[in-house]
Design a protein around this ligand. Structure first.
Ligand SMILES: Nc1ncnc2c1ncn2[C@@H]1O[C@H](COP(=O)(O)OP(=O)(O)OP(=O)(O)O)[C@@H](O)[C@H]1O
Length: 202
C-alpha cells in the first residue's frame, strides 16, 4: 500500500495555506508533519481524510485493494475534538464506533485496557480528565481496523506513561502494515520516521 501526494495545495477562507506539497509513504511507514502554528498541518490532515477539498494536486492510494478505494475510506482521523458523545459512557461510545466503522478489531474492553482505561469504561465521557479523554479517543483507533491513521496532535494532554503506551500502539500498527501521518509539535518517539516540514505562516 502506498499513499502519494503530488502538487497538493489547500485553501482556507480563500487564502492559500500551502501548495506544491509532495510526499509518499508506504505500509509500515510514518510521516511526521511539523511546522509553526498556522502552517497548515491540521488542514493537510483534513484534506487527506476528505473533510476539506484540495485546492490543487492529487492524493493517490495504491495497492490498498477494492476494500479501501480512497484515503478517506482507509483512514481513521483523530482530530483535536475527540469524536465522543459526552453524555454516553466511554464503553457506549466505543461500541457505537466499532459498529459504525465496521472492520472490528479489538473488543471494547481490550481497547480500553490498551490505553489504560480498563476500569473507567462505565463513566460518562464528559467526566473524564483531558488526558483520559484523549486516551479514550485513541481507543477508537483500536476497535475497528483502518490501515491509515491520520493523527492531529495525538499526544496532546497525555502524561509520560500514556505517551509511551501510545508510541507502542503506533509501532504495533506499523508492524501490522499500517501507515501513520501525524501532525505534531512533539517528537512521538517513533523509529525511522519521515518528516514533512510545512512553511512559516507567521
Ligand atoms: N475555518 C477556517 N477558515 C479560515 N481560515 C482557517 C480556518 N481554519 C483554519 N484556518 C487558517 O488556516 C491556517 C492553517 O491552520 P491549521 O489549523 O491547518 O494550522 P496548523 O499548522 O495545524 O496550526 P497549529 O500548530 O496551531 O495547530 C491558519 O492560518 C488558520 O487561521
Amino acid at each position: 500500500m502506498r499513499l502519494t501526494a503530488q502538487d497538493l495545495g489547500a485553501e482556507r477562507g480563500g487564502e492559500r495555506i500551502f501548495s506544491g506539497l509532495h510526499f509518499a509513504i508506504g505500509a509500515g511507514e510514518a510521516l511526521l508533519v511539523t511546522g509553526p502554528n498556522g502552517a497548515g498541518k491540521s488542514t493537510l490532515l483534513q484534506v487527506l481524510c476528505g473533510l476539506l477539498p484540495a485546492a490543487e494536486g492529487t492524493i493517490l492510494l495504491e495497492g490498498a485493494g477494492e476494500e479501501w478505494p480512497t484515503v478517506a475510506a482507509a483512514a481513521h482521523y483523530l482530530g483535536h475534538g475527540n469524536a465522543m458523545k459526552p453524555a454516553m459512557s466511554v464503553e457506549e461510545n466505543l461500541r457505537f464506533w466499532r459498529e459504525f466503522n465496521g472492520e472490528p478489531c479489538l473488543e471494547v474492553d481490550e481497547a480500553l485496557e490498551e490505553v489504560g482505561l480498563g476500569s473507567l469504561g462505565y463513566l460518562p465521557f464528559s467526566t473524564l480528565s483531558t488526558g483520559q479523554r484523549r486516551r479514550a479517543a485513541i481507543a477508537r483507533l483500536l476497535v475497528s481496523w483502518r490501515p491509515i491513521w491520520l493523527l492531529d496532535e495525538p499526544t496532546a494532554g497525555l502524561d509520560a506513561r500514556s505517551e509511551t503506551r501510545f508510541t507502542a500502539l503506533m509501532e504495533a500498527h506499523r508492524a501490522d502494515g499500517g501507515l501513520i501521518i501525524a501532525a505534531t509539535h512533539w517528537p512521538l518517539h517513533l523509529q525511522d520516521v519521515k518528516e514533512l516540514v510545512l512553511g512559516d505562516a507567521a
